[in-house]
Design a protein around this ligand. Structure first.
Ligand SMILES: Nc1ncnc2c1ncn2[C@@H]1O[C@H](COP(=O)(O)OP(=O)(O)OP(=O)(O)O)[C@@H](O)[C@H]1O
Ligand SMILES: CC(=O)C(=O)O
Ligand SMILES: [K+]
Ligand SMILES: [Mg+2]
Length: 579
């Protein structure tokens, strides 16, 4: 071991394998590692010493490691990551996660397995559609694939939510509204055919709506002008002809602005609660809450889950209304992640605002360390056609360039004829853009919107910020993190490092939650209080699978490991080379 310098902060000796000295001197010590003055490395809490130590040390040869292997130790690599790693090496692992909406076009065991093989990390079930039995069947098929065939696909349910929409427009398919045709909007149920009548789902839909206001269908598919009120009903003229689809969404506008009406509809309806209870009983991993207005519903649901489910089901807030944009930060803070639901968002804000709103939400999520999914119409043309438009590929690339955690398919996989192809377009496009981001050293650009020292746990945040800076500067092959609840893994991911992050956890719900996190490959394994033992064991297991070779360099970050005797919490960064 060679001593290359003191880290002035703590007077800790920094030691490093000889191979890395050159790189270290030039690239780590050449670039100042800055620490916030607020940050203190060592302080005492009553009866608990918290100590953060940064050490770089060489871990010795494989024969030494072998001795620490416990018989029967397992390393929960999913078959897809394992294959990808063997084929493409550490740097070839895709970082951006992929979510697929499951629907009639992809719900057989065989089709679900094909999606899993093609890289689906999370399966989304939209509770707006289909029966309870259908959803249960899909969930069980995915769990069967995970258990019996070694995949690791997380399951998300997406609530129906409360929104104003068409329940009946006189047809089971789409209906054309012609220019100047007169239509009746009502909540009254009608039997059989009643031409030019649209039944809305909510009694109060016309409250506060005046003659002269506009009803916009599905964000601009068709537009009507209100001519008169007849009781609760509205008589309207079609001013912009177009299509009325089943379950089309209605929004109300005055003088070019959305009519901001508080409908007094709860974010989670009775049906949503019943779907949530169902989801808990089926052991799902994520609940995406539709039409979130503020943080209250999210907090309420999280409290409920904490009391009802032993597993940590993650709650994602869908940003798809104007109201949610006004309360963005509090919603992001309260939730475990965000979905930018561009479909409904485009009903509430002008379409040209979506790209910048998407960028802003993505930025807030990274600052607050919450994973973010960009959803809807990424490859919409592929619902019908086998190739995407160039503009769609450019959109997907832009999402990847913005470092969103995940991309989502909706109709493309649920009802489209080319779901597998669409997933493969997401995979190849994201891999390509990730590669060019690395090549162009976009880290520099990334740092222009520098991560602040903003999170409550400053020690963990600083350790992870420094660890990623080191990992990139040293050009290590992988980052290993040992984490029980996934916090350190997500803090590393937040910095969007060049090398992949292998997150070793002993908690299966942490593993399934990390499936949504950019650049993280979660692995289920036993963890003991002996940090050194954990590292040795996992390295050896990965070596045994032929995934690591001599001279590979790995940066190791450990989460909070209680050392029983000292009652201390120990967090560290280590660098090791495989000999
Ligand atoms: N489980 C399902 N069964 C039948 N059709 C489905 C199912 N899931 C999705 N679809 C179909 O796929 C299309 C797109 O799916 P998705 O649910 O993602 O869109 P969405 O309506 O924009 O979502 P949301 O209602 O959450 O805003 C839907 O219009 C629906 O026709
Ligand atoms: C995904 C979704 O709910 C939307 O885009 O509206
Ligand atoms: K939904
Ligand atoms: Mg929606």
């Amino acid at each position: 071991m060679a001593v290359v310098g003191d880290l002035a902060l703590m007077g800790t000796k920094i030691t490093t394998p000889n191979k890395l000295i050159g790189k270290l001197e030039k690239r780590v010590f050449g670039v100042p590692i800055s620490f916030s003055p607020k940050f203190s490395f060592s302080h005492n809490k009553s009866r608990t010493a918290i100590k953060a130590v940064m050490q770089i040390e060489k871990i010795q040869s494989s024969s030494e490691l072998k001795g620490s292997l416990k018989e029967g130790s397992l390393l929960g690599f999913d078959v897809v990551s394992e294959r990808e790693l063997k084929e493409k090496g550490f740097l070839g692992l895709r970082k951006t996660k992929l979510v697929c909406t499951i629907g009639p076009a992809c719900c057989s065991l065989d089709e679900l397995e094909k999606l899993a093989i093609a890289g689906m990390n999370v399966a989304r079930l939209n509770m707006c559609h289909n029966s309870r039995e259908w959803h249960q069947d899909v969930i069980r098929k995915i769990q069967k694939l995970n258990e019996e065939k070694g995949y690791s696909v997380s399951i998300m349910i997406d609530t129906e939510g409360n929104q104003i929409q068409v329940v009946d427009h006189g047809s089971s398919s789409s209906v054309k509204a012609e220019e100047d045709s007169i239509w009746y909007f009502t909540t009254e149920k009608f039997e059989g055919s009643r031409p030019f009548t649209i039944q809305a789902n909510y009694e109060g839909f016309s409250e506060g709506v005046n003659p002269g206001d506009e009803i916009v269908i599905d964000g601009g598919m068709t537009t009507f002008e209100v001519i008169e009120r007849v009781g609760n009903d509205l008589r309207c003229k079609c001013t912009d002809p177009g299509l009325l689809l089943p379950r089309a969404k209605l929004s109300f506008w005055r003088d070019g602005k959305l009519l901001g009406r508080d409908y007094d509809l709860p974010t989670l309806s009775t049906k949503d609660w019943s779907d949530i209870v169902f989801g808990i009983s089926e052991d799902i991993d994520f609940i995406a809450v539709s039409f979130v207005k503020d943080a209250d519903a999210i907090k309420h649901l999280k409290d409920y889950l904490a009391s009802k489910s032993s597993k940590a089901i993650k709650v994602l807030a869908k940003i798809e209304s104007l109201q949610s944009l006004h309360r963005l930060e509090e919603i992001v803070e309260a939730s475990d992640g965000i979905m930018i639901a561009r479909g409904d968002l485009g009903v509430e804000i002008p379409l040209e605002q979506i790209p910048s709103v998407q960028e802003d939400i993505t930025y807030v999520c990274r600052q607050l360390n919450k994973p973010v999914i960009v959803a809807s119409q990424l490859l919409e043309s592929m619902v019908e056609y086998p190739t995407p438009t160039r503009a769609e590929v450019a959109d997907v690339s832009e999402v990847v360039r913005q470092y969103a955690d995940a991309l989502m398919l909706s109709g493309e996989s649920a009802i489209g004829s080319y779901g597998m192809k669409a997933l493969s377009v997401l995979r190849t496009t994201s891999t390509r853009m990730e590669q060019s981001c690395r090549e162009e050293s976009r880290q520099t650009l990334l740092h222009q919107r520098k991560l602040g020292v903003s999170l409550p746990d400053q020690i963990a945040e600083q350790i992870c910020n420094c660890a990623v800076e080191m990992a990139d500067n040293l050009g290590v092959d992988a980052i290993f993190v040992y984490t029980r609840h996934g916090k350190m893994a997500s803090l590393l991911s937040r910095n969007r490092p060049n090398p992949p992050i292998f997150a070793f956890t002993n908690d299966n719900s942490t593993r399934m939650a990390l499936n949504l996190q950019w650049g993280v490959t979660p692995l289920l394994t036993d963890l003991s209080d002996d940090m050194e033992g954990n590292v040795k064991k996992t390295v050896e297991l990965i070596k045994a699978k032929g995934m690591m070779k001599k001279d590979d360099a790995i940066l190791v970050v450990s989460d909070i490991i209680p050392i029983s005797t000292a009652r201390a919490i120990f967090q560290s960064i280590q660098v090791m080379t495989i000999t």
